[in-house]
Design a protein around this ligand. Structure first.
Ligand SMILES: [Zn+2]
Length: 401
């Protein structure tokens, strides 16, 4: 991606600006791009359009010290990869049973079966559910990243992750070793404020420190805090810290708020377009941190391809959120408000399963008092520990099936 911008910048600055704008638009609208831009086509738009078609339709797979061009396609809001190109890289056999519409892949002694539009895939004798099914388009079979990852795991014992415009393979992680814990807000951004003026940023930091300590102590997991003091960190940078650390999980710790002082309980979110009015309201409040960022920091939020990063971890993030909300609400004896989905800026761009935890309502007087109490904070940390422990077992089992 950066190399394309570099070329574009060499042509002219205006083209570069136009390109950035069109790509953001293309990511949002996908299929409508051609129609939309041919309507007001000037030479700049056409040049940008040409570059986009190059950028959006191919991706590089790095495997076995070689690079392979893989055709990719946006279908139903997810990125899919052309199986034929993957076949060229790995060298498995593919046969198509037209009667049953099954695609049978064979590699050495191993077998995988995919059926277009079917959530169930078979890897030898194991049946795996993929929330994003394979698709048949233009007589080609297209796989989404979660299935591509399963295929690599099964055939090669490798994990494949998308990092920008690259598919990177690495040794399969059979355990969770590193977690980035992100205390929400900080510095000039206080987050939500309780009636007695207790700040969300203060509660988030205290809880995060306890969580990190417990996870290291009890599970031997290395924990990295995005901040260990009262400083402001832009939203985008938080996920970057996790990516750079090559963390296995990302947990962003927050407190909830509502104009009704009655609301109470714990909820845990994973990234997805906000589904309910409630989730949208929480999303808007947490994303409002962006108002504290400089224009430059904010510009990065619009950075393209962000929404795609978490798509590959939907299943894991959903599972992690479920385990966390159950164990935290049980440990601190709060109302379990369940798993929710929203489009949080802070989770976008993290290349690992990521959740945002709304521990308790700081707007509720009792909640505020609890959040301030060390005993309550410790119980929250115990809850997070239990949730991570259960997730870790499930995750490792699913990777080593
Ligand atoms: Zn918050």
């Amino acid at each position: 991606m950066s190399s394309v911008f570099f070329v574009a910048r060499g042509v002219c600055d205006r083209l570069c600006e136009r390109l950035k704008c069109i790509i953001s638009y293309a990511i949002k609208k996908r299929s409508e791009i051609l129609v939309a831009f041919l309507k007001h086509s000037d030479i700049i738009d056409l040049m940008a359009l040409f570059l986009i078609s190059v950028i959006l339709s191919s991706i590089t797979l790095e495997y076995n010290n070689k690079s392979y061009e893989i055709e990719s396609k946006g279908i139903d809001g997810f990125t899919y990869y052309n199986l034929k190109d993957v076949k060229k890289a790995i060298g498995f056999e593919v046969s198509e049973e037209s009667a049953s519409e099954r695609f049978i892949l064979k590699y050495k002694e191993k077998k995988a079966i995919f059926i277009p539009d079917n959530q169930w895939a078979v890897f030898d004798s194991t049946v795996v559910n993929s929330p994003i099914p394979p698709k048949l388009k233009n007589d080609k079979l297209w796989l989404p990243l979660p299935l591509l990852n399963k295929l690599f795991l099964h055939f090669l014992k490798l994990q494949v992750r998308q990092e920008g415009k690259k598919l990177v393979t690495r040794e399969a992680i059979h355990t969770i070793k590193k977690i980035v814990i992100d205390p929400g807000h900080g510095g000039k951004d206080p987050g939500a404020v309780g009636l007695k003026k207790f700040y969300e940023k203060t509660a988030a930091l205290a809880i995060s420190k306890l969580v990190a300590e417990l996870l290291e102590q009890e599970l031997g997991i290395t924990c990295i805090l995005t901040r260990d003091k009262d400083v402001f960190i832009p939203l985008r940078k938080r996920a970057l810290i996790a990516n750079r650390a090559k963390a296995d999980l990302f947990l962003s710790i927050h407190c909830n708020a509502h104009r009704s002082r009655e609301k109470h309980g714990t909820e845990v979110y994973f990234l997805s377009p906000a589904k309910t009015t409630w989730a949208r309201a929480v999303e808007a409040r947490e994303n409002a941190s962006i108002k504290w960022e400089t224009k430059e920091q904010r510009g990065e939020i619009e950075s393209i391809l962000w929404d795609l990063a978490q798509a590959q971890f939907l299943k894991e993030a959903n599972n992690l959120a479920g385990k966390l909300v159950n164990s935290i609400s049980k440990s601190v004896n709060t109302k379990n408000r369940g798993v929710k989905q929203a489009n949080f800026y802070v989770l976008r761009g993290a290349y690992m399963p990521a959740c945002l935890l709304e521990i308790e309502f700081i707007s509720n007087p009792k909640g505020e008092k609890n959040l301030r109490s060390k005993k309550f904070q410790q119980k929250v940390a115990q809850g997070v520990l239990q949730g991570v422990r259960e997730f870790k077992e499930w995750y490792e089992k699913s990777l080593n099936y």
